[in-house]
Structures are given as structure tokens and as C-alpha cells.
Ligand binder design. Sequence first.
Ligand code: AOF
Ligand code: ZN
Length: 352
Amino acid sequence: MGIQQPMPPCPEDSLWMRRCLEIARIPGSSVSPNPLVGALIVQNQKVRGQGAHLRWGSAHAEVHALQQWQTNHFAHNSPANGEDAPTLYVTLEPCNHQGRTPPCTEAIINAGIQSVVFGCKDPHPLVSGAGINRLLQAGIMVRGPVLEKECQWMNRRFETACLRNRPYVILKWAMSADGFMDNGGPGPGPRISGPLASLITHQLRREQAAILVGAQTLIQDDPDLRSWRLGEPHPRVVIASDTRPMVGSHRAFARNLEPLVLFWPRSCPEEDLAQVWCKSLMEQRLNSLLVEGGRKTLDIFLKSGVWDEIHVFQNSNLILHQGTIAPHLPCKPVKEERVDRDTYRIYRHGFF
Ligand code: AOF
Ligand code: ZN
């Protein structure tokens, strides 16, 4: 017998999968570094159980959905008394390995579910198709992928960590109409972007596990680095430093209990630095990073091509005449819009 393959999806599958995606997104970054996952059990065109993965180390989405289905006694309904067989929808291929929690494939098989629809494969090296194979071997009908790109995009941080062994990296800066990031003077320069841009920045901060600035920016601007306009979660503060010791008098240090200081090993060529820092971030289970400057730190990521998104705010009313020139990007933005007096541009790169 040849290797069994999942069946192609049915027309109504994307409808239920869209609902799974909505449920999956609810916990936000509290599941990090795990993926966001949503699951539904559908029977007679009705939702009979639903769940999301809520927190790193806690029960998986399928387990919550199965428990709800079982405690509501829907599990006892069968085709014999006019019920359709249940179908489990899940945004990510069910896991087949023992992690901090037991394998979901076994929970699905033991619950007697005979039909499973998945959104995308789990890129984790220990799963990567093994979950689907286990279900097929147990005689379960499997369909998918369904809304694959959306499911992968939702978990772009997890995907990047599994497939590239580095965090998902976003670079961000603000610049004047004439292309300067500061006015070149000592101390914090003039505010460049407006209040709406700062709200967007704080949302970006909340969505990433870590935020990185260079030691020079820390000393000169003394930035807060929290997502204080929107509240918790705040990203872990990371400082890229040359050899100078970092003392705790900076605002970013005062408010973050455990800032991570990444040193610049003297023997390390500049083009390898981003990879070296990414390795340290992965060791700390930080699978997404927002880099907020300054120019030297941004260049380290830009020159080595270690980035996935770039967000730039350009204030069209501010002319600085001099200062640090913002990096020049040879690619076109995927999105450009007006945000108050700023032009907001997003650039993307990578496999999405
Ligand atoms: C699923 N459903 O809801 C999630 C899955 O340490 P553990 O037990 O939490 O396992 C984490 C891994 O399990 C994670 O890296 C990913 O491969 C998968 N996550 N799988 O079937 C879920 N969150
Ligand atoms: Zn699982």
C-alpha cells in the first residue's frame, strides 16, 4: 500500500477554518514561542466544541475543543440517532510528539474523531507531516491544507524560528522629509513621527517577544522601550553593546527586570553579528525581534539580510538639513499609507 495522502478540502472547509483562525488569534503573544492555534468540532453544521492554545506550556487547542465536546455529551451522539459524524478543524497539523503536553493525535484517536481538517503543516522538525501520517494510519479521514497561507502568516514567528532557526526580525525607524533619523546634536533629537505612528509602534512592540537597540541609542536617547500606550505585554529589552559595561540607570533597564545584553565579540566579523545575536535570542526562546536603531545596529541587520519586515515613518513636514542619514532601501514597499503627517511604508522580504 502506498503512502496515504490527505484529501483535498471541501467547499465549506474554508468557512470553518476562518472561524478557527479567529479563535486562534485571541491569546496574542502570550503563547510565544509556541504557535497560535485554534480548533473547532463541527457536527450537523453546528460548533460542538472549540478551543485555542492559550499559553506556552498549557493544553493545546484540540484538547480544549475535545473536552468541550465531551463535557457537553455531544460525543455520545452518533449517526444512529440522526447526528453527522463530527469533524475536527484545526489551524495547525495536530502534534504527534510529547512536548510539555501529550500528543494531540492520540487524544483525537482516543476520542473517536474520524475526520480531521488542518490549516497548514506544523514546521516543527518533530512534527512536519508526522501528525497527519499518524492520523491517516489510524484510519482517520484527513483533509487539507485549508487557508494555508493565512495559517502560516499568523504563525510567521514560529515558522521562521522552526525553518530558519532565527527570530522573525522587524526593523523600524522614523525619518524626516529630507531623510535624516536625527539632527546630529547631542542628547535626544526632535520627535520625528506623530502620535498615531507611536501608537502603531507600541502595537508592534506588544506583538514581538523582544526589542533591540544599540548601546549608543540607549545612552543618547534613554528610550523607554515599553508598549506603554497599550499596556502589557511589553517586549523583553535587548541591548546590543560593544564592550562598554551597561549600568542600570537607563529607563529601559529600570522598567524591565531582565534586560538582555548582547555583546559584540571582537573576533566576530560584522556581517556575522546578526546571526550570532539571533542565536542568543533563540537560546532565550525569543522568536521575534523589533530592532529600533540606531543606524549602526540597523545596518548590521540590513547588510546581512537578516530581516523579514521593515517599517518606516517619514514626516513630510520636518526638514532637518543634517544628522544621521536613514538607510536607503533598494526595494519597493508592499504597503504605503498616510498616518497623520507621516508616510508609513512597510517592506517585506523572505518566504511569505
Ligand atoms: C497542536 N496544537 O494547540 C499547539 C501545537 O510543549 P508543547 O507540548 O506545548 O508542544 C509545543 C509544540 O507543539 C510546538 O512547538 C508545536 O510544534 C506544537 N503546537 N500543536 O497540535 C496546538 N500549540
Ligand atoms: Zn498538540
